[in-house]
Design a binder for this molecule. Structure first.
Ligand SMILES: Cc1cc2nc3c(=O)[nH]c(=O)nc-3n(C[C@H](O)[C@H](O)[C@H](O)COP(=O)(O)OP(=O)(O)OC[C@H]3O[C@@H](n4cnc5c(N)ncnc54)[C@H](O)[C@@H]3O)c2cc1C
Ligand SMILES: *[C@@H]1O[C@H](CO)[C@@H](O)[C@H](O)[C@H]1NC(C)=O
Ligand SMILES: *[C@@H]1O[C@H](CO)[C@@H](O)[C@H](O)[C@H]1NC(C)=O
Ligand SMILES: *[C@@H]1O[C@H](CO)[C@@H](O)[C@H](O)[C@H]1NC(C)=O
Ligand SMILES: *[C@@H]1O[C@H](CO)[C@@H](O)[C@H](O)[C@H]1NC(C)=O
Length: 630
């Protein structure tokens, strides 16, 4: 099936390419309509569109071995792997399959793709320690909606993190199966790395090359990637591969979930090839409101959801898998009576199990320094960009122009996992893009005031200590939850200090010969709210950070795994909810700490590992003759 699907895709691509002018017009319209519609898009503020009939009108939706809630990064993978066995699998997803339209162009991932129905559109409650320069002191919390979840709208950067991150998970859970040597196979399993860059050729041993998920560099490489590598060498760092165990130093971004530069969300990669299997049902447009748990036995046995205005109950014979993501997973648990006792009482929800759900929301704050230079992005008409795109190369195929990225240790001993990531790009924001980034006008005017092309350095604290919360607004399942990111709030200011040191690193980097050849100069004007501090003094930068820091859209950890619930863990090392039978959480909610990278492929790794755990645990429940060969 997989091979046929690929062949069909190839034929369709060839037909597309050969139809010339018509094809160009088709793509131009797709892009122009997409940009236009993003500009006019109003983010949703609740989920009332999913409202179903009264619960007394409930309809039965039958029984399945597994019911998976949420078809995002993790849910798509678990559903596809479980369907390889003879389990009866139902996947419930609120959104729809991607139409493969505007979202296929990674160039527009940020900020355009999140202004669409592919985003739930959450925002934080007003913030006190970060996001202060954003409108209403509120950070955007984009979360992908639809089969594929965030992979419908994200930047597709392939970043695993550092071995010590996973060895720490192993220590926190007391389960050695989370240690790096054990989980490496699950990173490689679904990966299909093909290098187009000779500098990365030597790295193949760390990558998988036989999986479904394409991983590649942007083609062609823009020369500023080399400038970044050179500048790092001047500062004493050796070039590395960001996904190899020795992660510290500069390297070249890798993108996943792309087919010759076209976004391929996880629904397309993992689920579409399996849709003709009789034992897999993917029910889109299905909004889950809660899970029903038997109060006496504490067994989770049914899922309640709405679809096209009707309310349904579906029963499970084996397990319910909650993969609704970092915001919705804790929301659904709390609506089902699983959460902090006091909060559930306040919301008028019957307590089933007292657990620290939603109490450790962790995200990675970044700031962005802008420099002027003598570099110009070569002008290229949209027609030419599309022609390149159809060959799988060029501007439209990646969210960035440059690919230079670096990982560093700040204030930690050498050899430790990195806590700082720096990414350098060349950017020409339109006024529209500036607006969509969410800053107050006086802030973005000071940051990016001139219309020059900017060299940007994104400076990101990837291992923050601060934690925020996800709480219910009420017991109404159609209300969005209250999200408090609480960035840079740790009492000793260690998180903000890492960003401050990162700024110093970049200021030194901007003075290397490599960058001075480009005549780099810091260009932002003093931010109005920070005017009382001497420009570029430490106090100024601290103020700058609290104003401009927002998140990389990498929240994790709202239902952390751990050794016991007394330590605040919500699930055990097999990702079973403490004290509840028949219910697991498999998504980025279970990260007990951030990883020194981006979270998506770690969430994928978790889904691959847990699919094996489930297959092994329940294999014997399936009569021999029913086990399909796969
Ligand atoms: C703009 C953006 C850029 C990013 N860039 C990168 C990147 O470059 N690299 C990287 O590694 N990570 C990136 N990330 C983060 C990464 O994509 C996520 O960490 C990852 O997708 C998390 O996967 P998940 O399985 O936890 O959940 P999700 O992918 O969030 O899946 C949850 C699914 O559940 C569904 N759902 C939610 N509630 C309900 C309900 N009540 N009923 C039914 N279904 C429901 C949702 O619609 C969704 O499909 C980015 C994220 C964003 C938003
Ligand atoms: C896909 O297209 C259909 C029909 O135009 C539309 O109803 C649906 O909302 C689209 N799906 C997404 C995810 O945009
Ligand atoms: C800011 O808050 C006000 C008052 O709550 C609200 O009306 C407005 O829509 C908010 N602005 C944005 C961009 O969210
Ligand atoms: C950028 O240029 C456009 C077109 O020349 C102009 O309308 C706009 O005001 C400029 N913006 C800034 C911030 O200078
Ligand atoms: C903060 O600093 C104090 C004094 O140095 C120390 O005792 C405390 O453990 C630190 N707290 C954290 C969270 O690091």
């Amino acid at each position: 099936m997989g091979a046929n699907y690929k062949l069909l895709f190839l034929i369709l691509s060839i037909i597309n390419i050969s139809s010339g002018q018509e094809t160009l017009e088709y793509y131009k319209k797709l892009i122009n309509d997409g940009l236009q519609s993003a500009q006019n898009y109003q983010l949703h503020t609740d989920a009332r569109m999913y409202h179903g009939d009264n619960v007394d009108m409930i309809k039965e939706y039958g029984r399945y071995d597994f019911v998976i809630i949420g078809g995002g990064t993790s849910g798509s993978v678990v559903a596809s792997r479980l369907s390889e066995m003879n389990f009866q699998v139902l996947l419930l997803e609120a959104g729809y399959f991607s139409n493969d339209t505007f979202e296929q162009f990674l160039r527009f991932a940020k900020p355009f793709h999140m202004y669409s129905d592919l985003n739930w559109g959450y925002k934080t409650v007003p913030q006190k320690t970060g996001c202060l320069g954003l409108i209403n002191e509120s950070c955007l919390v984009p979360r992908g909606k639809g089969v594929g979840g965030n992979t419908l709208i994200n930047d597709a950067i392939y970043s695993r993190g550092h071995p010590q991150n996973f060895n720490l998970w192993s220590k926190i859970t007391g389960d050695v199966s989370w240690s790096y040597p054990k989980i490496l196979q699950y990173f490689k399993k679904s990966e299909n790395f093909h290098s187009t860059n000779e500098k990365a050729e030597a790295m193949l041993s760390y990558h998988g090359t036989e999986g479904e998920l394409n991983v590649q560099h942007r083609v062609p490489d823009f020369y500023l990637t080399d400038t970044f590598l050179e500048a790092n060498k001047e500062l004493g760092y050796d070039i590395t591969d960001m996904n190899r165990p020795n992660q510290i130093g500069p390297s070249i971004y890798q993108y996943y979930s792309t087919k010759e530069g076209r976004r391929e969300d996880f629904g397309t990669v993992f689920l579409k090839p399996n849709l003709d299997k009789p034992n897999l049902k993917v029910l889109t447009g299905s909004y889950v409101t809660n899970i029903v748990v038997n109060k006496q036995t504490k067994r989770a046995h049914s899922v309640i959801f709405t679809n096209s205005g009707s309310t349904y109950r579906v029963k499970t014979d084996i397990e319910i898998i909650l993969s609704a993501g970092v915001i919705s997973t804790p929301q659904i648990l709390m609506l089902s009576g699983i959460g902090p006792k006091k909060h559930l009482q306040d919301m008028g929800i019957d307590l089933i199990q007292d657990l620290n759900v939603g109490s450790t929301l962790r995200d990675q704050p970044f700031v962005d320094l802008r420099f002027s230079s003598n570099v110009k992005i070569p002008a290229e008409s949209l027609d030419d960009q599309i022609k390149d795109y159809l060959k799988g190369v060029g501007t439209l195929t990646a969210p960035t122009v440059n690919q230079g990225v670096g990982f560093y240790n700040i204030n930690t001993p050498p050899g430790k996992k990195p806590n700082l990531e720096v990414f350098s790009d060349i950017i020409e924001y339109s006024d529209v893009e500036k607006k969509l980034m969410g800053y107050k006008p006086e802030i973005y005017d000071a940051l990016w005031g001139s219309n020059n092309t900017h060299i940007s350095f994104v400076i990101e604290n990837i291992l923050p200590n601060s934690a925020g919360t996800v709480r219910l607004k009420s017991n109404n399942p159609y209300e969005y939850p209250l999200i408090d990111l609480n960035l840079l709030s740790d009492p000793n200011d260690t998180d903000i200090e890492v960003l401050y040191q990162g700024i110093q690193l970049i200021l030194s980097m901007s003075e290397t010969q490599a960058y001075q050849k480009l005549d780099l100069k810091y260009l932002s004007k003093p931010l109005p709210p920070c005017k009382s501090f001497e420009f570029r003094s430490k106090e100024y930068w601290y103020c700058f950070i609290r104003q401009t820091a927002q998140t990389a859209f990498h929240p994790v950890g709202t239902c952390p795994m751990g050794a016991s619930k007394e330590n605040g863990a919500v699930v055990d090392s097999k990702l079973k909810v403490f004290g509840i039978d028949g219910l697991r959480v498999i998504d980025a909610s279970v990260f007990p700490t951030q990883v020194s990278g981006h979270p998506d492929v770690a969430a994928l790794m978790i889904a691959e590992k847990m699919s094996d755990v489930l297959k092994f645990e329940y294999f014997s429940k399936i009569p021999d003759e029913e086990v399909t060969s796969s």
